[in-house]
Design a binder for this molecule. Structure first.
Ligand code: DC
Length: 223
């Protein structure tokens, strides 16, 4: 199977770019952030303090079933049989995902599922630690980034589009804080694999970035 790992910070365009590149190449696209979001939502629903690692770990019982299914080619997330694909996109679920993703037991819990999916499919898997931890043998590894300003600009436009009342300065400050947290956590910090290809999408349109990523994968994958 051909496995492509795409890692990078929030707002670099990983998911939109990966989804389109995968469709062009005939691969499946796996969004691993959605797995952390599903565990985060589960912890929230149980009323756990997501900032308390022991409380989060206690949520990983035999009753928890996190499932990823493809419906019409699109990834959907199921939490104990319920489709939570929309529920995991709220700001609360984002914060919970960020908190639970720093808990080693959560990362271990999701590790096998990610490995299994990559073992069975030609795929582009995106996340933070795919090239470094989950798929260290991926045939192509890309670290996708953009300046904090460019990433904050995209997030700002997206939030305005959803009718939210936000200030650009706040979105930028939040982006810089998240970058710091993600790259300084003790476990699986965000960093490029030694053999990753670095691509910067600042100033690109989505189409240009999709073209760049698709071309990079084609040029570097085994034939
Ligand atoms: O990509 P995202 O915003 O949906 O990710 C949600 C959270 O999960 C984010 O705070 C980082 C974390 N995450 C991670 O630690 N490792 C991954 N492979 C993917 C996401």
């Amino acid at each position: 199977m051909i496995n492509v790992a795409i890692d990078g910070p929030a707002g670099a365009g990983k998911s939109s770019i990966s989804r389109r590149a995968a469709a062009t190449l005939g691969f499946i696209y796996i969004d691993t952030g959605a797995l952390y979001r599903t565990v985060g939502l589960h912890a929230l629903r149980l009323g756990a303090d997501v900032k308390d690692p022991a409380a989060v770990e206690a949520c990983l019982t035999g009753d928890l079933h996190v499932e990823l299914r493809f419906v019409n080619g699109e990834q959907r997330m199921f939490l104990n049989g319920e489709d939570v694909s929309d529920a995991i996109r709220t700001p609360e679920a984002s914060l919970a995902a960020s908190a639970v993703s720093a808990v080693p037991a959560v990362r271990a819990y999701l590790f096998d599922l990610q490995k299994q999916l990559a073992h069975e499919n030609n795929c582009i898997m995106d996340g933070r630690d795919i090239g470094t931890v989950v798929l260290p043998d991926a045939q192509v590894k890309i670290f996708l980034t953009a300046s904090p300003e460019a990433r904050a600009e995209r997030r700002y436009e997206e939030l305005l589009g959803k009718g939210m009342d936000v200030k650009f300065e706040d979105v930028l400050a939040d982006m810089i804080q998240r970058d710091y947290n993600d790259s300084h956590r003790a476990i699986a910090p965000l960093k490029p694999a030694d053999d990753a290809i670095l691509l910067d999408t600042s100033g690109n349109t989505l189409e240009q970035s999709v073209e760049l990523v698709t071309r990079t994968i084609r040029e570097n994958m085994p034939r």
